[in-house]
Design a protein around this ligand. Structure first.
Ligand code: MLT
Length: 396
């Protein structure tokens, strides 16, 4: 048999697996060193009490013949799709029908899988630096990729290009730079996409961290987005579901793609067809847990968790600035993007680990334009985050 030759274009390891390996090697060599992990964006706060209570109730239902559930709807249970449409969209003035919502086991999964329904001839535009999944999943499919350079000069916000792209990945608030796009900037992209009959694949997994009024929480706040955008959202960073897995994609019915023969097809219909074939839905227990996020008590609890991480972000920004570093992000996002001394981000990763035991993510891992930068996450424990900052201030 032959392997998919496109995989040869990928880095040998996925970025975060690579980092985990390097850290494991370091801890093996130095078992006495205390390590503080601010690398991968994984939450540290336990699931909220309302979420846990809903999960317990659902577990009990699964143990009783009258309330047991087998396969659920591939698109997600109606109760959760209803709660999402109501709280994440209608409550914010965005009309969103429940048929457009597809519950899944992760935004990463959705982002990676969505390209299944799009032609491999499409030209893809992605930012540089970028969340590696957009790049790798399109490399796997053999698509042509064009980069949209993001730097301090353009505030790490991609400019609308002067070339044609069919698929554009945007992430706001951004991973890795922690910066966010304003309403006016997103409106330019919506205009571009409608003009070019392109699709915006909009990742808003970090929308809960937005603090500034002119940063939209959803691409559908922008007029014209329903004909050119799909949105990915997640319960991972909003409500601590990184281990339990629950997310959703929003695919409006107005999204129409063209077939090779010139006929047209609904992306919503194709995505439903794809999900029904390759996905059996998120467990009932997890969907009930996600539904509990939208109860008044659930909202109060998760807002407190988000505020905790936001305060970590503020402390990291402030601590690094006081230590003389130039920093970006962290205001509308749980990521802080710092300029690293020496300019070689993998070297800084190693120096930081050796001198302080702090783990971060080298900017070069997110693309060529990421070189010279370094990402820290605000998802750590408060005391450990403070300790990390004090170690960094002493060491550099
Ligand atoms: C990251 O650290 O960039 C995150 O873990 C991304 C993700 O959620 O996959």
């Amino acid at each position: 048999m032959k392997a998919n030759a496109h995989f040869r274009l990928l880095e040998e390891n996925y970025l975060f697996s690579d980092i985990a390996k390097r850290v494991a090697a370091f801890t093996q060599a130095h078992p006495d060193r205390s390590i503080i992990r601010l690398g991968i964006g994984d939450v540290t706060q336990p699931l909220a009490p309302s979420v846990i209570a809903a999960m317990h109730r659902a577990v009990d239902e699964m143990g009783c013949a009258d309330t047991f559930r087998g396969y659920g709807p591939e698109q997600g249970y109606a109760f959760l799709r209803h709660a999402i449409a109501e709280h994440d969209y209608r409550a914010h003035g965005i009309a969103m029908e429940e048929d457009a919502i597809f519950v899944s086991d992760g935004a990463k999964t959705d982002v990676g899988n969505f390209a299944d329904i799009l032609d491999t001839d499409n030209v893809v535009a992605i930012t540089d630096p970028v969340y590696p999944v957009y790049l790798d999943s399109n490399r796997m499919a053999g698509r042509t990729i064009r980069f949209l350079p993001c730097s301090a000069q353009n505030g790490f916000v991609p400019c609308v290009p002067d070339f044609h792209a069919d698929m554009i990945y945007l992430c706001s608030p951004n991973n890795p730079t922690g910066t966010a796009m304003t309403r006016a900037q997103l409106a330019q992209w919506v205009a571009y996409a409608n003009e070019h009959h392109a699709l915006l694949l909009f990742d808003s997994a970090y929308e809960a961290y937005i603090t500034e009024a002119d940063v939209p929480h959803s691409i559908f706040e922008i007029e014209g987005a329903r004909t050119c955008a799909v949105e990915f959202r997640s319960f991972s960073k909003t409500a601590g579901f990184t281990g339990t897995r629950c997310a959703y994609a929003v695919v409006p019915k107005e999204l129409i793609a063209t077939n090779q023969d010139g006929s047209t097809v609904s992306l919503q219909a194709l995505w439903l067809r794809r999900q029904c074939t390759k996905f059996n839905g998120v467990p009932y227990i997890i969907q009930r847990a996600a539904e509990a996020v939208y109860t008044p008590a659930g909202q109060k609890e998760i807002r407190a968790q988000i505020a905790y991480y936001q305060e970590n972000a503020r402390l990291i920004r402030q601590g690094l600035q006081q230590a003389g570093f130039t920093v970006y992000g962290g205001v509308n996002a749980p990521y802080i993007w710092m300029q690293c001394p020496g300019g070689d981000s993998w070297q800084f990763f190693q120096d930081l680990l050796e001198k302080t035991g702090v783990v971060g993510t080298p900017g070069a891992g997110f693309g060529a334009q990421g070189e010279g930068y370094f990402r820290l996450t605000a998802f750590g424990d408060r005391e450990k985050t403070k300790e990390a900052l004090s170690r960094i201030a002493k060491a550099f």
